[in-house]
Design a protein around this ligand. Structure first.
Ligand code: FES
Ligand SMILES: [Fe+2]
Length: 465
């Protein structure tokens, strides 16, 4: 005899109700959902996953060791293949073109993908969470970043050595904390690139002793994750980038990262060009006192940099102006205190090649006001105003987004140096190009001597998102 209690009736009713509304069970059931049920289902999962993702980003959290999350077909790391590689609606196709013939003809002499034996900023530390892989394309290489069990940032080639899908589609912390697991068959690597498990091949998988993922040296400094892209043993970051140390040692800095849809060489010319602010940026607050013309000279500096500066005696009309620009290999620019309006402090900019048609412009400002509260207030205000520095520039200063970026975009995805007719004012650019080409030739010669010729330039991967 079955005792039917009131409780049991309630439980059974609840069960039937759940079964009737559990639209995951069959497609037919899914057809019969009300709008409200669909809404609840979708948002229930979304909220659940969002909370889950948020919590597991915290250091030391490893709550899902046995669980592989479902991979959505609109995963952000995959959308790059869904979008048209270049050109967006409303933009002329001419802006989207990559001049492959020109590139093939000159790739031996012009570093279209940058110089390799250098440290580059990859992302801000705050953007690399725990338990979450992050893909970045640098110098044409696809990398995946993640944090190991100690929270240290690591970078591997974004390709599973087994059958080549993206490792960045995998998951961190499934096999052990701080390891990344390929989603295809479960090959798992630690931060040193060693294969620590191959789930599909069983616990005694011999692959673990032979397989390795390619790694890149990584250092974290000044709230930025730096990666060395060369093949040689790198100099420690602090030694290789003495200026970075100066800038980042200030207690108040603002870092902004601006992805740009053209080759880094478009930016090279812009960085070494002291003659354009008086014309292009004349409506921009920062260059309010800039004169419109002048003679430009170039000086080789003892520290290996190039200084392009105005040499004539005509003074700038106002306090805010740019007299000179200091340019260093591989492509970074240093503005001394005073160059940028004096009140802010040191300014640094790194140009990072991503692939043949994309680059990233990093701007670092060190606020050097006298009192700490002034520094903090200025930094907070700039940060609040900017979010991304590009928008600050565009709306407040009108320099980068409202000035340089349209110019450089309209030069084409890869500016054609062979069509340029350079003039007196371009002495800084001529010297910088020469230096860059010489460094490229030296790198190529060294690689060839070591039996590792420079890789041919591959068509780019469209940016994610
Ligand atoms: S492709 Fe990565 S584990 Fe098989
Ligand atoms: Fe500019």
């Amino acid at each position: 005899m079955t005792v039917v209690t009131q409780d049991r009736v309630k439980k059974q009713a609840a069960h039937h109700k759940r079964a009737a509304t559990d639209h995951r069970r069959t497609p037919e059931m899914a057809q019969n959902l009300t709008a409200w049920q669909r809404y609840k289902l979708i948002w229930g999962y979304e909220v659940q996953n969002a909370v889950f993702r948020l919590v597991r980003r915290l250091p030391g959290i490893n709550i899902d060791r046995a669980r592989l999350e479902p991979l959505k077909s609109d995963h952000p790391h995959l959308t790059r293949w869904r979008k048209r590689p270049f050109g967006i609606p409303g933009k002329p196709a001419a802006l989207a073109d990559i001049p492959w013939d020109y590139i093939r003809e000159h790739e031996d002499t012009i570093p279209f993908l940058g110089l390799r034996e250098y440290w580059y900023p990859a992302m801000q530390s705050r953007d690399l969470y725990h338990n979450e892989p992050k893909p970045v394309t640098l110098l044409g290489d696809n990398l995946v970043f993640f944090r190991d069990a100690n929270g240290k940032a690591c970078a591997l080639e974004d390709r599973c050595p087994h059958r080549s899908p993206l490792l960045s589609l995998g998951q961190v912390g499934v096999v052990a904390p701080g390891t990344i697991t390929c989603r295809y068959h479960g090959m798992t690597f630690d931060g040193t690139g060693a294969c620590v498990a191959f789930i599909a091949d069983g616990p005694d998988s011999p692959a673990c002793t032979t397989m390795r993922a390619r790694t890149y040296p990584v250092e974290e400094f000044g709230g930025v994750i730096w990666v060395y892209m060369g093949d040689k043993e790198p100099e420690p970051l602090m030694k290789a980038l003495p200026y970075a140390k100066d800038v980042f040692s200030h207690d108040t800095i603002i870092v902004s990262r601006n992805p740009l849809p053209f080759n880094h060489l478009n930016l090279l010319d812009n960085s070494a060009d002291v003659a354009h602010p008086g014309i292009l940026h004349r409506s921009c607050l920062l260059f309010a006192g800039q004169k419109v013309s002048g003679q430009v000279a170039v000086e080789e500096m003892e520290n290996g940099g190039l200084m392009a500066k105005f040499v004539d005696d005509v003074p700038h009309p106002g306090a805010m102006h740019l007299d000179c620009t200091e340019w260093h290999l591989p492509n970074f620019i240093f503005h001394h205190p005073g160059d940028l309006g004096g009140d802010i402090g040191f300014g640094y900019a790194w140009v990072v090649p991503n692939d043949i048609g994309n680059s990233t412009f990093w701007i670092v400002l060190a606020v050097t006001k006298e009192k700490r509260w002034q520094r903090v207030l200025t930094a907070k205000m700039l940060d609040a105003l900017s979010g991304k520095f590009a928008s600050l520039s565009s709306s407040i200063l009108g320099c980068l987004d409202g000035g340089d970026v349209p110019m450089m975009t309209s030069q084409g995805r890869v500016a054609r140096w062979d069509l340029d007719r350079l003039a007196r004012i371009d002495r800084g650019i001529i010297a910088a190009r020469k230096k860059l080409k010489a460094a490229h030739a030296a790198e190529r010669a060294e690689r060839e001597a070591a039996g590792r010729p420079h890789p041919r330039i591959a068509p780019p991967l469209p940016p994610p998102g």
